[in-house]
Design a protein around this ligand. Structure first.
Ligand code: B12
Ligand code: SF4
Ligand code: SF4
Length: 306
């Protein structure tokens, strides 16, 4: 049978910065945490989480033959921050280059294709973000890092500027130990810095989070939550402030994540004059398409003081 060691070597060759393998076992604690988070209404209008909560909380409900979860992390930090953006509008740096879903899936399908060259009968499912699978939970189980108080997964060697995805296989492999340490210690910098008080320790109230408001919320923003603090797509405040990112961020070598020049160079006026045609051209193949033109326009208009 194929070895964990050779799979990890291939994953690294494909460009993944982190890789670990976990047994596809039930996750009862995380399932209960998810259910209680949903019960408290902390998902705001994201009903798509409720709809597939059974699969999200139990990997075998999603993929009954699942035996192993290969968890990968891809560093997207391009060595710049909001001060490198010419305008006063802020866009989360995860959205400066190509859509990470495409970037990760392409490489995970290559990994699956490589396994199938020698093991045709192996069944595999590729996931990142949009599948009903808890990416951070599997990354922690595969030993990649811990869940920070800002609720993002942090690694010792790259901080939290990583996306996570999985290749789930129907074969047994050798497994890594889960990452059981919590290296946040007594720090609360992210909680203190969040301008909308969206964070409790290790839990987020998504309805208050600027990332949710700018990306996921459809239609008019709630009146008491329409101060976007200059952000028009996502929010990086709780990650920018984290000492693990200050110390361990490394510039990503992934060409697809390099920023589109317009994002760095556009002026306030350029953003205010954004029309549907410019939106389509600028954000072709970008994650920003998720807000659609009307969403981004709404976010720009909500930052009316700029
Ligand atoms: C829904 C979602 C959101 C929502 C909710 C965020 C959230 N924390 O859940 C919103 C829209 C707000 C959001 C925002 C962002 N997101 Co998002 N999002 C997701 C998605 C699709 C599902 C996450 C989920 O299952 N949430 C449900 C809740 C229950 O999960 P949770 O917060 O992790 O909850 C755990 C804790 O509460 C914990 N818990 C509860 N009590 C306690 C107590 C203790 C002591 C402890 C230790 C833990 C604990 O148990 C829960 C279950 O494990 C994932 C992709 C995926 N498929 O997993 C991406 C994902 C989490 N997002 C990602 C990113 C990049 C972001 C943003 C950084 C984007 C941006 N710059 O704007 C922000 C970050 C905001 C933040 N501070 O979290 C990445 C995170 C990468 C990383 N390094 O962790 C993911 C993994 C996508 C990916 N494939 O890379 N996101
Ligand atoms: S992304 Fe921004 S609004 Fe959301 S929890 Fe982090 S600091 Fe708060
Ligand atoms: S800022 Fe501090 S508390 Fe928050 S995730 Fe980073 S280390 Fe943990």
């Amino acid at each position: 049978m194929i070895s964990s060691k050779s799979i990890k070597k291939k994953a690294k060759e494909l460009g993944f910065h982190k890789v670990g393998i976990a047994k596809a076992e039930p996750t009862p604690k995380e399932k209960t945490d998810l259910e209680s988070w949903l019960m408290q209404g902390r998902h705001a209008t994201m009903e798509w989480i409720v709809k597939r909560k059974k699969e999200r909380g139990d990997i075998q409900t999603y993929f009954p033959e699942a035996k192993s979860v290969i968890s990968i992390g891809l560093n997207y930090f391009v060595g710049k921050d909001q001060s490198n953006i010419h305008s006063d509008y802020k866009l989360s740096n995860y959205a400066w280059g190509d859509d990470y879903h495409d970037v990760i899936k392409k490489r995970l399908f290559q990994l699956l294709g490589w396994i199938k060259e020698t093991h045709q009968d192996v069944k595999g499912v590729v996931c990142t973000d949009t599948s009903p699978v808890m990416d951070k939970v599997w990354a922690q189980r595969a030993g990649l890092g811990w869940l920070g108080k800002h609720t993002n997964l942090i690694t010792r060697d790259h901080g939290s500027w990583l996306f996570f995805g999985e290749l789930i296989l129907d074969i047994e492999l050798d497994y890594d130990a889960p990452f059981n340490d919590d290296l946040c210690g007594s720090c609360t910098a992210c909680i203190d810095a969040c301008p909308t008080q969206a964070l409790d320790e290790y839990q987020i109230d998504a309805g208050k989070c600027i990332s949710y408001l700018t990306i996921e919320h459809r239609g008019k923003l709630p009146e008491n939550q329409n101060d976007l603090q200059g952000w028009i797509y996502g929010c990086d405040i709780c990650q920018d402030i984290c000492p693990w990112n200050e110390k361990f961020s490394e510039t990503s070598n992934i060409p697809e994540f390099q920023p589109r020049q317009e994002i760095l160079n556009w002026t306030n006026e350029d953003w205010q004059n954004l029309d549907e045609d410019k939106f389509r051209k600028l954000f072709k193949g970008s994650a920003v398409k998720r807000t659609k033109f009307v969403g981004l326009k709404r976010n720009i208009e909500n930052n009316s003081s700029l």
